[in-house]
Design a protein around this ligand. Structure first.
Ligand code: C2O
Ligand code: CU
Ligand code: CU
Length: 501
């Protein structure tokens, strides 16, 4: 039976960011192709049979993106973005979170099921300059591509723009048995997709570029590389694609419409590979795709595009036969029935620009907006109230869990949405149902992942509670953060620039 190959982006075309007034098109950079940077794997400080110990340092440095001046950047154990961190399912993981920046930051483990609000690293868990916090957790979820990024309110967008984002890979025994490429940096390639604007002397200037609907730049970066190429053989290659952009959606396809197989989404391996020639990745989503270069010849070049702009060239360097076939079935996804008698949780993502809100309200760090009993399986219904004519796709993200997508406007979900996810793009005017369970207690944020929208208040928080063990949480407040930023910047608290506030 011939495999079905999907040839569209699934999302509503009128909502693509190319149709928004503030859209900034990508411009092909005038620099020679450069080898794609592969972030090194972060070395553990120490490992035992049951535990891994890491130190993650947020640091400032400079990075050569373009000829001429280096750019002032931030990163995790690196000058920009970071080293890739590997977690192993079942292991006790101990991490020192070290802040060598001149500003407070937080370390948010996007997609990782760890207790909120502190271990999770949202706005309630600042690490002040010069300080080190420590977290411990057990990795209890399937193999997946996750990420770490800064999440201080309301400066998440600024800090991510400077470079505070890096890939996290969870490994487990199930994924290890599948016939998938997994030689990191050789045939298993991280691809962090971002865009940036370069100002005088090649510097970033977030404030100059600020747009409450999301900051964009004219230059695409893959792992921080401008105009990258990557040498491959005729074997299959796995691309771990992470949309690490503040606002840009990526609409990926190859220049010759080469079909590929999506094998994983945010939370891990899909139940079955999905064959496609195009995939759209909204902010914070991850898609792993397997690309088979078997039909090419040495010397051929295949280009990964986003819309009409070239993103990364794959240069076929060598012939290596590869007849591995992807199985028709990959993994089983646990599908639990909703807990009886628990009402559907209704959420609206409202507005654009400065008007953004969630359920009509702006985010308040001190307010717990909703409660859900730990281990309950609850249907959440998320509606994007933007107009279908000129609204945006809002990527809805929940901390501390991986959910399943049930329906779009009562109909089927997209073919690549049958796995676990922590972020789902909702079209303007659309209603998406998801099924959410928190396996741990804590306070968790949920929000639009256009980062300027979350900083602007399209965000709320939920307590996952255990009636037998009530807890109280120390929640951060704006004044404390504002005063801390003021002290660090040497300005009066009222002069601290807090975009979106
Ligand atoms: Cu990437 Cu609040 O998260
Ligand atoms: Cu998150
Ligand atoms: Cu949004």
């Amino acid at each position: 039976m011939a495999k079905k190959v999907y040839t569209d982006y699934f999302f509503d075309e009128p909502a693509y960011n190319t149709h928004d007034g503030g859209y900034i098109p990508l411009i092909t950079p005038k620099v020679e192709p450069q080898p794609l940077a592969i972030p090194p794997l972060l070395k553990p400080d120490r490992q035992t049979a049951t535990s891994d110990y890491y130190t993650v340092t947020a640091q400032e440095s400079t990075t050569h993106f373009l000829p001429g001046q280096p750019t002032k950047t931030w990163g995790y154990n690196a000058s920009f973005l970071g080293q890739t961190i590997v977690f192993r399912e079942g292991k006790q993981t101990h991490i020192d979170l070290k802040n060598d920046l001149p500003e407070l930051t937080t370390f948010h483990w996007h997609g990782l099921n760890v207790p909120g609000p502190i271990t999770d690293g949202g706005c309630h868990a600042p690490v002040y300059p010069g300080e080190t916090n420590h977290i411990d957790f057990k990795v209890q979820q399937p193999a997946a591509t996750l990420w770490l990024h800064a999440h201080p309110c309301p400066s998440t967008a600024t800090q991510v723009w400077k470079g505070l984002a890096t890939m996290v890979i969870v490994q487990d025994a199930v994924e290890a048995k599948l016939p998938l490429p997994r030689n990191y940096g050789v045939d298993d390639i991280p691809m962090v997709l971002q865009d940036r604007e370069f100002h005088a002397d090649n510097q970033f200037d977030y404030r100059a570029d600020y747009d409450p609907d999301g900051v964009q730049g004219h230059t695409a970066l893959v792992n921080g590389t401008v105009n990258p190429y990557f040498d491959v053989t005729t074997q299959r290659v796995r691309l771990r694609i992470l949309n690490g952009s503040n606002r840009r959606e990526w609409r990926l396809h190859f220049n010759d419409d080469l079909a590929f197989a999506q094998v994983a989404s945010d939370g891990g391996i899909l139940p079955a590979p999905v064959y496609m020639t195009k995939v759209m990745v909204t902010c914070a989503e991850r898609d792993e795709i397997v690309v088979d270069f078997g039909k090419y010849h040495v010397g051929d070049v295949v280009t990964l595009m986003t819309d009409e702009t070239a993103l990364c060239q794959f240069r076929i360097k060598d012939f290596v036969p590869d007849d591995t076939k992807l199985p028709e079935h990959l993994v089983d996804i646990l599908d639990e029935a909703p807990t009886p008698d628990v009402p559907v949780r209704k959420i609206t993502m409202d507005g654009m620009d400065d008007e953004v809100a969630l359920n009509g309200k702006k985010f308040d760090m001190q307010r717990i907006d909703a409660r859900q009993r730990v281990n309950d399986v609850v249907i959440w219904e998320i509606r994007n109230t933007n107009s279908c004519k000129n609204g945006m796709v809002h990527p809805f993200h929940v901390h501390g869990t991986q959910f399943t997508v049930l329906s779009r406007d009562g109909g089927p979900v997209y073919p690549n949405e049958h796995g676990l996810k922590d972020t789902v793009g909702v079209n303007p005017g659309e209603t998406v149902r998801i099924k959410v369970k928190f396996a741990l207690t804590g306070v968790y944020m949920y929000h639009c992942h256009i980062i300027e929208h979350e900083d602007g208040g399209m965000m709320a928080q939920i307590e996952s509670y255990d009636p037998a063990h009530p807890q109280t949480y120390h929640l951060m407040d704006m004044e404390t953060l504002r005063n801390a930023f003021a002290k660090e910047q040497g300005v009066k608290p009222e002069d601290v620039w807090m975009p979106g506030c």
